[in-house]
Design a protein around this ligand. Structure first.
Ligand SMILES: [Zn+2]
Ligand SMILES: [Zn+2]
Length: 350
């Protein structure tokens, strides 16, 4: 099979021919149809995760090593399975979306269904080979979500971009009143689409790019948009909303965090998702006086992905713009992501 692998950090991926995987035990082999390009892959390719303030977490410390097959937004077809997989002949060629945030399977978090909180992760596309390949091995059929009736190009995008925004929105305690979403890139726009699709009453979209804000307002139902580079942005938002009940920050920079702290209403909740590398600076007296909740969100659980796919199947979630490109153009796609010029999501399609 073909696989696109990082052989050296900081260098382009290389196309290689590897032996076809043969599943054993509970394993399932999925034939990849499409795989979304995620901004995390730009960092994985460089070999580290940016922690902000100059701090870097080397990928080796996270349990990943070279050669690395990235790709974690996988839509494909069941191609082969081990004798203990629980699958039958009729399952062959069934379309699936792969849950990639797989944990060790043994710790308390994994046992409770929160593989995404495991401290010994076996994530596809990081610690285990991912979807930038013809085939991917999945440890257990329980990580495959039936994709019947789901668009084959965008389907995989729900496993990272979609799940990340869905899980962050699930951490917002109320769907009434005003909620803010900062960052209208691929994940933030998906967040807006999901928020409006699952019944959030009023959503304010905040970004530094007017064309993204126009898309948010005209196509995705943002009730208010604000360009945070405009000096009166905070005043405008506060005047029109009276303060936000919650803010989901898909950027995570010093600036977006500071802006959020100023926009939250008393009792408000700040959920940070973005890995831009910012740091939180807040007088603790403000935390008390305003009774704020500050929390983080990272990808999401298997159960949340099932819920999200049900919403998608029911037609509740408007699809974000997707550009498809052949797998052979993976390096160009990663370069485009790094330049920050991509609107919506890029997806590699066979
Ligand atoms: Zn991702
Ligand atoms: Zn675990």
């Amino acid at each position: 099979m073909k696989a696109f692998r990082v052989k050296e950090f900081g260098k382009p991926v290389v196309e290689e021919i590897l032996p076809d995987p043969v599943p054993t035990g509970k394993q399932v082999v999925v034939r990849v149809h499409s795989c979304g390009l995620c901004h995390s892959d730009v960092h994985f390719q460089e070999g580290y995760i940016n922690l902000g303030g100059g701090g870097r977490l080397p990928l080796e410390a996270a349990g990943a090593h070279l050669p690395l097959t990235m790709g974690h937004e996988i839509y494909g077809y069941i191609s082969d399975f081990g004798p203990q997989s629980g699958l039958q002949e009729a399952d062959r060629n069934r379309p699936v979306i792969v849950y990639p945030w797989i944990g060790c399977g043994e710790c308390d978090a994994c046992q409770a269904g929160y593989d995404n909180a495991c401290t010994r992760p076996q994530n596809l596309g990081l610690q285990r080979p991912g979807g930038y390949a013809d085939k991917v091995v999945v440890r257990d059929a329980k990580f495959l979500i039936d994709a019947t009736g789901i668009d084959a190009t965008i389907g995989g995008v729900y496993a990272c971009s979609g799940l990340t925004s869905y899980s962050a929105l699930r951490k917002v305690p109320t769907r009434q009143g005003w909620v803010g979403i900062i960052g209208m890139g691929g994940v933030g726009l998906m967040g807006l689409s999901i928020a409006k699709g699952i019944g959030f009453e009023k959503v304010a979209a905040i970004d530094i790019n007017n064309s993204r804000l126009e898309l948010a307002q005209n196509e995705f139902g943002a009730d208010l948009v604000a360009n945070s580079q405009s000096p009166d942005a905070a005043t405008v938002v506060l005047d029109q909303t009276g303060g936000l009940q919650a803010i989901v920050d898909f950027v995570g920079s010093d600036q977006t965090c500071a802006l959020a702290m100023g926009l939250l209403a008393p009792g408000g909740t700040y959920v940070n998702v973005g890995l831009f590398g910012g740091q939180l600076r807040l007088p603790l007296a403000v935390l008390s006086l305003k009774q704020l909740t500050i929390r983080g969100s990272y990808v999401g659980s298997l159960a949340e992905l099932h819920e999200l796919i049900e919403h998608v199947r029911a037609g509740n979630i408007k699809p974000i713009p997707v550009t498809s490109r052949p797998f052979s153009t993976l390096n160009e796609g990663l370069a485009a992501l790094q330049s920050g010029l991509v609107q919506g999501r890029q997806v590699l399609v066979v």
